[in-house]
Write a protein that binds this ligand. Structure first.
Ligand code: NAI
Length: 225
């Protein structure tokens, strides 16, 4: 690839991947950028621009070969190889991740859950063992771990994140509501905040509701269109 691709483009790639996967399941072999654009509600030129970052993939007058584009985007997203994942915090969220089968289909295989609550020791979630955090170093010495998901309270998240990086884990999927202090560390972090998405929804709900209203000078609603 060579050049730096903007994060905005990268963020759109999983959506292309999902749509193309659906098309493949429907037996579609070829699609024009206009058809893909109509389906995804993204302009055809946006699609072309996005894919041109990686060398194009389309052919004038032919469109895109769905299987080829799907696997190329899969490669761009690093999905052609398996990623072993551990989860730190085996509570509601950690268990939900371990029990969601789609991650494995995408090549993200959860190989262990870690917790500090001794009551959880020896439990399994969809066949994944729950182990005690004190055994992390030993486990890491015996397994290749590519990604660690943090699904524990935020107060210890920094300490644990640093411990993970020292164990050679260079990717953290951070659900703890804290910006991890990993400056100068060789690690990539993806923060997930479901509540941010809800707040955005709430903002858009307000905008949507307000768009149909006429307000008086005090901001009080007087009529609905
Ligand atoms: P939970 O209370 O069900 O589970 C937390 C688990 O972490 C417990 O099993 C606890 O024993 C364990 N734990 C506590 N300290 C630990 C440590 N130092 N090392 C390893 N395990 C430890 O909580 P839930 O609902 O699963 O949420 C977990 C975290 O994820 C919380 O911080 C919560 O705020 C956050 N969260 C984030 C979301 C997001 O969208 N980013 C959505 C939901 C929860």
């Amino acid at each position: 690839m060579g050049k730096d691709i903007s994060q905005a483009v990268i963020r759109r790639m999983p959506r292309y991947y999902r749509y193309l996967g659906d098309l493949l399941e429907q037996g579609v072999e070829r699609i024009s950028s206009n058809e893909l654009s109509a389906k995804m509600k993204v302009t055809a030129s946006q699609i072309r621009q996005d894919l041109n970052n990686f060398g194009g993939f389309g052919q004038q007058g032919y469109g895109y070969n769905v299987q080829f584009l799907y696997s190329e985007i899969g490669k761009i997203l690093g999905l052609e190889q398996q990623h072993n994942v551990i989860v730190i915090g085996a509570g509601n969220l950690g268990q939900a991740l371990a029990n969601y089968p789609k991650f494995k289909k995408l090549g993200f295989v959860i190989i262990g859950l870690f917790d500090i609550n001794p009551k959880l020791k020896g439990e399994t979630q969809s066949g994944v063992p729950v182990m005690m955090l004190e055994g992390l170093e030993d486990f890491a010495a015996r397994h290749e771990i590519d990604i660690a998901a943090l699904t524990m309270p935020k107060n210890n998240a920094d300490k644990i994140a640093n411990r993970l990086v020292n164990l050679g884990i260079h990717a953290i999927w951070n659900f703890a509501h804290v910006d991890l202090d990993l400056v100068d560390k060789d690690v990539v972090v993806e923060n997930v905040h479901l509540s941010d998405s809800l707040m955005q929804l709430s903002y858009n709900m307000n905008m949507h509701q307000n768009a149909g209203e006429i307000k008086d000078f005090n901001g009080k609603r007087v009529e609905r269109l």
